[in-house]
Ligand binder design. Structure first.
Ligand SMILES: [Zn+2]
Length: 97
């Protein structure tokens, strides 16, 4: 065994520093995300029509997963920045608050 406390120290400091950097980045991302959510208007419901099969359905204005047409299973909206982004195949008919 020839490891001394002096050999261990730089390694320990290095890993602490990278943990600190990672934490700082995570915190920055969280605060950015929070800022984005705060700036979003209140969640709305959208009435959309699928242009493929003409099915009408109501979707949530802020989705976290893809929204598919209940009839033909085509993707009508995708989550983007906490809001539902309508696909070209979906037409917005109405908005509800
Ligand atoms: Zn459809």
């Amino acid at each position: 065994m020839n490891s001394s406390p002096n050999d261990m120290k730089p390694h320990y400091e290095g890993s602490t520093l990278s943990k600190f950097i990672v934490r700082t980045i995570i915190l920055a991302v969280i605060s950015l995300t929070k800022g984005e959510i705060v700036q979003q208007p209140r969640s709305k419901f959208l009435k959309v029509q699928c242009l493929d099969c003409e099915n009408e359905q109501i979707i949530f204005g802020s989705v976290s997963t893809e929204v598919k047409c209940l009839k033909c299973d085509k993707v009508l909206a995708k989550p983007r920045g906490g809001k539902a982004k309508l696909m070209p195949i979906a037409r917005e008919l109405e908005q509800f608050s």
